[in-house]
Design a protein. Structure first.
Length: 278
């Protein structure tokens, strides 16, 4: 699962705009996400053992929703699952998405990749929007908002982590896009910054921007204030995406970052826009 501690800091920056009880719920959900992600991403467990650990958590989620969790993390989640009626689908889909990193290292089509995006990112969005709350947007559109945001965030992470993911033997960019851009796998693996590579990255950029636009158009204006944490993250991640493009996608050897002051400015601007001030 592509993503690094800084992604967590971006996620937690959105916590600042929540009431205390919602911050606590998000903190426990985030703790679960990190725990599951580390099963595979930390590299500390051989694949068979990692798969067994994921199996345990699938069972634990079933016990959680049956009211009989056994793990301390699940026990802390229980009151929040009940309070916000968090969908079991979100937790189970996350586990399925993380498991894909044990089974696949390349994706032929975007349709195939989108299943992964749903598992590792959209699933988290489905949990978060229930905690944020909404009253005016239809449930189906809130779901699509969560999934579109998840796709946009994870595609941005994939672009940022092209180099580091390659070191792990993972290439998330769809093979069909390599062909469409005329980018050969040999030159990509040699980290050659060619015009064809720029076309390949441009395809991913356009796709991610499309998901940011789609998400913005789905939410009812009266629900934007409640969704401020998601809007803050969107502002930061879209800025990261645009920064990569303006820097000609120099992602093989460096990871694009934003200074803290810039993140704070974007967060304030997103808060103001969500509240109809800007």
């Amino acid at each position: 699962m592509t993503g690094r501690p800084e992604s967590g800091s971006n996620f937690q920056l959105g916590f600042l705009f929540l009431a205390r009880e919602k911050r606590e719920a998000l903190r426990e959900v985030y703790g679960f996400c990190r725990r599951v992600d580390d099963i595979v991403d930390s590299g500390s467990l051989p694949p068979p053992e990692a798969a067994k650990e994921l199996d345990f958590w699938v069972g634990e989620i079933e016990r959680l929703y049956g009211g009989t969790p056994t793990h301390p993390l699940s026990l802390r989640l229980l009151p929040h699952v009940r309070e916000y009626r968090l969908p079991k689908e979100g937790f189970l889909s996350l586990l399925a998405g993380v498991r894909m990193d044990l089974e696949k290292s390349r994706y032929e089509t975007f349709e195939e990749l989108e299943k992964y995006l749903y598992g590792v990112a959209g699933s988290v969005g489905l949990l978060c929007v229930e905690i944020f709350g909404y009253r005016h947007t239809p449930v189906a559109e809130v779901r699509e908002y969560a999934l579109s945001m998840g796709n946009a965030f994870q595609l941005t992470n994939i672009l940022r982590d092209v180099g580091s993911d390659m070191e792990r033997g993972r290439i998330y960019l769809p093979q069909e896009d390599f062909r469409a851009a005329g980018c050969g796998m040999d030159s990509f693996l040699r980290r050659q910054h060619t015009p064809e590579f720029l076309r390949l990255m441009g395809l991913q950029y356009d796709r991610a921007k499309g998901f940011y636009r789609k998400a913005r158009n789905l939410l009812h204006p009266l629900d934007r204030a409640a969704m401020t944490p998601a809007e803050v993250m969107a502002a930061i991640y879209e800025e990261l995406l645009d920064t990569m493009k303006s820097g000609q996608f120099r992602v093989f050897f460096t990871r694009t970052r934003l200074p803290l002051w810039r993140k704070a400015a974007l967060a304030c601007k997103a808060w103001a826009a969500s509240h109809g001030i800007y």
